[in-house]
Design a protein around this ligand. Structure first.
Ligand code: AMP
Length: 255
């Protein structure tokens, strides 16, 4: 026979009640919920060369403090350091062609796996093909919140912009010699680096890059539209006005 101990029974009931109330107030997280938890923002800057992806991405970086990742800048850094990837990529870039998908995907996914990207990041110049976009979606699914900002600009304006563009050799900040010149000629306002004209910003290569954009990258507008995450912005206006439209599409962090 076991002795009935009223105090022990009462204690057991109190513990059981507390556990039930706890699981009601704080339900156990499902494993999917844990993975998607901070649900970081992945901002995708889409648009033709010269639409202002780099400028807007850099302004977003200053405001949101998440990394600005430009595949073009990563490739140019590889070229400068004469890495095997840089040597391979240069032959495509000099002609205005796209660098093969697999090289880009390996390079980009290695970059976004770094710790500084855990709270989200801004993609500038990626994806540029349907295969790149699909690979990114597969990687992000359930772990991040992609938002696509499609910067829209007509071809004639692109040529006018790119032939007068100079960029900082060190930090990549772009300037337009007529519309947004640096304070000091040839010197970057941000880091005092040297301003240069990109070797692929000549009229012949720009024309090729535009064709490549229309053939291979513009179909992504439709792809992201169907996913309901595309926002288009007219880029034939001052960069501050474009920025205010861009920012309006970015969800505020939930508290
Ligand atoms: P950008 O600085 O974004 O204009 O890129 C300069 C060049 O780098 C492009 O014309 C391509 O040759 C190459 N590139 C940059 N990003 C990509 C990408 N996502 N896929 C393929 N090639 C790229």
């Amino acid at each position: 026979l076991t002795h009935f101990n009223p105090m022990k029974t009462l204690f057991k009931h109190i513990i059981a009640g507390a556990l039930m109330a706890g699981s009601f107030l704080f339900p156990p997280a499902h494993s999917d919920e844990i993975q998607s938890k901070p649900n970081p923002l992945v901002l995708i800057m889409l648009g033709p060369p010269g639409a202002g992806k780099g400028t807007q991405a850099s302004m977003l970086h200053d405001q949101l403090h998440i990394p600005h990742i430009s595949t073009g800048d990563l490739l140019r850094e590889n070229i400068r350091q004469e890495t095997p990837l840089g040597k391979q990529a240069k032959t495509f870039m000099d002609k205005g062609n796209l660098v093969p998908d697999q090289l880009i995907l390996d390079m980009l996914f290695e970059r976004v796996a770094q710790a500084d990207c855990a709270q989200g990041y801004i993609l500038d110049g990626f994806p540029r093909t349907l295969l790149q976009a699909e690979s990114l979606q597969t990687r992000l699914k359930g772990h991040a919140q992609p938002i696509v900002l499609n910067l829209d600009l007509a071809d004639a304006q692109i040529i006018e912009r790119l032939t007068k563009r100079v960029v900082c050799e060190s930090c990549g900040t772009p300037y337009h010699l007529a519309y947004s010149p640096p304070k000091k000629k040839g010197i970057c306002d941000k880091c005092s680096g040297k301003l240069i004209q990109r070797t692929d910003d000549t009229e012949a290569v720009i024309t090729k890059r535009l064709k490549v954009y229309h053939d291979q990258t513009a179909p992504l507008i439709d792809y992201y539209n169907k996913l309901n995450i595309l926002h288009s912005i007219d880029c034939n206006q001052p960069k501050e006005k474009i920025f205010s439209e861009v920012v309006a599409y970015i969800p505020k962090p939930s508290k």
